[in-house]
Design a protein around this ligand. Sequence first.
Ligand SMILES: [Zn+2]
Length: 164
Amino acid sequence: MSAKLIDSFEFCRQMQQLSGQTAISEMARLSVELADTQGELRWSLAGGTHSSGLPQLKLQVAGEVHLLCQRCLTAYALPIATDTVLVLAHDDAEADANEARLDDDSIDVIVANTALDVLALVEDDALLALPLSPRHDVCPDGAEAAVVKDKKESPFAVLKKLKS
Ligand SMILES: [Zn+2]
């Protein structure tokens, strides 16, 4: 897959936008989670400034992936439509400080990079949208629907924990 690299601070400062479509088969980490690799993800990334004054990236990813139901072992389609806000920091210490300052679980703070891989970010966002245990709401064979829906922890949060 051809990398799309951006200078993340510049991208925000100049309020740049980037969008595209990427075949799911080009996303190796996502592909291993899926029943097949058909289809593609549409994505858009917009640089700007968060209301706190910090640089932010708005990332939207949309498409449909095919997951294998863990209850009946048949494939089903899951629509993905994310709307993610990422606030930039210069380093880990600043990322921690900004996370505390923003105090908003819906926002992830990431360490900025002069060569941020946009497609890796799109793939991370799609991975985050997957359920921990893929299951039909109601299986075709009539097995009962799961009551509890799993929620995955943000991969960005996981990364930070590993570092600290
Ligand atoms: Zn099922």
